[in-house]
Every structure is written in C-alpha cells, then in structure tokens.
Design a protein around this ligand. Structure first.
Ligand code: AMP
Length: 125
C-alpha cells in the first residue's frame, strides 16, 4: 500500500512557514524545533523536510542524503543539549506511528525527551 501524505498537517505548515516554530536546528533536509507542549525539560521534535508520514515511510523511501542528514542532525542536537549518557543522564527518543502508536501529526517526527527521569518505556495496559 502506498503511503498517503496529508500536506495540511501542522508540521507541513511549519515547514512552509505558515505557522511559527521555535527552531533548534535547520539543515538542508531536516528541521528540529521545540515541542509546543513539552513533556520534559528538553523536548525537541526532529522532522525531515520531505513528505514522509511515519518512520517506516522515511526509512523505506527517503534518499540516503535525507537519512544521513536526519540522523546526523539528531546526533548533533543530543550533543548540543548535553544529554548524551557520557555527559548527562541520557534521553529517550520516540516516534509514534498510526492509530496504535497514537500519532497526532501525520508527518514523521522524532521526539527527543531528556532532563528528568523518564520512567519505564511503556505503561502497563
Ligand atoms: P505525536 O503524538 O507523536 O504525533 O506528537 C505530536 C507532537 O507535536 C505533540 O507532542 C505536540 O505537542 C506537538 N505539536 C503540535 N503542534 C505543534 C506546534 N505547532 N509546534 C510544536 N509542536 C507541536
């Protein structure tokens, strides 16, 4: 099944400059910005500029240049925030996908959460 991208999603609007964001880092293929409802002292969203719905969509269809740029940007943000386990207590990355993943914004994004104890990975259901 083909991935269907909704270009009216809020991150597409951020990428087009239609709504503001607090930019942390911008590169040729990647934008990182502060989450508007931070759930930890550090809560940064990293998104590709390309139209990808989920992490698997990005992994399957993005170019090598986009993938390298995305992960290098992620790594440099962790270093800049000082959250890597060699300099701080660490962090968590999350990428929600689809209904079961409770994805609210259908543009692939990585949450970087850090700056407090983050508890166990999942709550029991
Ligand atoms: P998800 O449930 O993984 O799709 O998460 C979407 C995230 O986007 C949530 O953490 C929201 O707080 C965040 N968010 C929604 N609108 C904005 C916005 N305009 N600027 C920054 N973050 C946003």
């Amino acid at each position: 099944m083909a991935y269907v991208y909704d270009d009216q999603n809020i991150f597409a609007k951020i990428l087009r400059g239609e709504i503001p964001n607090t930019t942390v880092r911008e590169t040729e293929h990647t934008l990182a910005f502060a989450d508007i409802y931070p759930q930890a002292p550090h809560h940064v969203l990293v998104i590709p500029k390309g139209a990808y719905v989920t992490a698997d969509h990005f992994a399957n269809e993005a170019s090598e240049a986009e993938i390298v740029d995305f992960w290098r940007t992620f790594g440099s943000i962790c270093t800049e925030l000082g959250v890597t386990p060699d300099s701080a207590a660490g962090y968590r990355i999350i990428s929600n996908a689809g209904e079961d993943g409770v994805q609210e914004v259908p543009h692939f994004h990585l949450h970087i959460l850090a700056g407090r104890g983050l508890g166990r990975m999942l709550n029991p259901v």
